[in-house]
Design a protein. Structure first.
Length: 321
């Protein structure tokens, strides 16, 4: 029996917005911490430009007059669509509309996270403990994910939550790779400029990948290895390959439970992307066109999103019958 499209829609967006809040919290926290490692060649305007592009806020760049005000706005601005608090509010509202479909423990955790950020004194937190605030957001999101896996039936609803999480995760990752890894950087096998080394470390930390990367390679971070790890590593939970494998696993499960063919367009699109990320080689990607490769991943991800909605959420009544 197929899940109601309204319920699937709410669960999907609940998951995406909570993942988005966590991602934004991590990026802003890393941005603030890089001040401690600021190399002489790095200028604050460049760092702010990286942050704006990483958060896909280039349309508002001209309106930014003060960095502190901007950072406070994307953290605490309830009316700002790209802020952390706005994402948590939207995630909670989606959860509220399908309250009967999630476990009471999930609702309690999400509600506690919402209440903790909604009642925050932005000025005092910003002055005294911004790092602790961002850590609380990340830990709250991780706790919600763990509670979801431990207390909710792994049925259709759970799979829509999984799909939302990994769709958001892979699109954010590709944006970071576009911003922080430039084609010219791959020619510098060794001896990176100090500012570029710190940028690569910031990239890895923005997806909680620095320690995992060092265990596979070493702390002498290189552009080629960073791209290879974040695109093709099969074991790191925020790599593009891992995300797409989790996506396809949930899509196949939905096809089974709804008696749909796994050869339909949605599963084929996900399968092609998974195959590319499983067998492509980083040297060939760089030699051909690194940016085009990232653009293709993003395009295929958007196609999965659109086809998912056409198949399960906004499908025509004739298809349902």
């Amino acid at each position: 029996m197929s899940m109601l499209s309204r319920v699937a829609d709410n669960l999907y967006w609940m998951s995406r917005y909570l993942e988005r809040a966590e991602h934004t919290a991590r990026i802003v926290d890393v941005h603030l911490n890089t001040l401690l490692d600021l190399a002489p060649g790095m200028v604050e305007k460049q760092r702010l430009d990286w942050l704006i592009k990483s958060l896909k806020l280039t349309d508002t760049a001209d309106q930014i007059t003060d960095e502190d005000d901007f950072l406070k706005q994307i953290t605490f601005g309830a009316e700002s669509p790209g802020s952390i608090i706005s994402a948590i509010i939207t995630a909670r509202e989606n959860a509220r509309q399908v309250r009967e479909q999630i476990s009471s423990e999930m609702w309690t955790q999400l509600n506690q996270l919402y209440l903790s950020v909604h009642g925050t004194d932005a000025d005092s937190v910003w002055v005294d403990r911004p790092h602790e605030f961002y850590v609380a957001i990340k830990e709250g999101s991780h706790l919600f994910q763990g509670i979801t896996d431990a207390t909710m039936n792994h049925d259709q609803g759970w799979h829509f939550i999984q799909i939302g999480r990994y769709m958001e995760r892979i699109t954010n990752l590709v944006t970071l790779l576009e911003v922080h890894l430039r084609a010219t950087d791959f020619t510098q096998a060794n001896g990176h400029r100090d500012e570029h080394y710190f940028e690569l470390v910031a990239l890895l930390k923005s997806v909680s990948a620095f320690e995992a990367y060092c265990k596979v390679y070493n702390p002498n971070v290189q552009s080629v290895h960073s791209a290879e790890f974040l695109l093709f590593n099969a074991e790191f939970p925020r790599s593009a390959r891992f995300c797409v494998e989790m996506l396809q696993r949930s899509l196949d499960a939905l096809a089974d439970v709804t008696l749909r063919q796994k050869t339909m367009r949605l599963n084929r699109v996900a399968g092609r992307l998974r195959s590319a990320l499983s067998y492509d080689d980083i040297d060939e990607v760089i030699e051909n066109d690194y940016y085009a490769y990232l653009a293709n991943i993003k395009q295929q991800t958007y196609r999965i999103h659109d086809t998912l909605f056409d198949t399960y959420i906004t499908y025509a009544i004739d298809a349902a019958l």
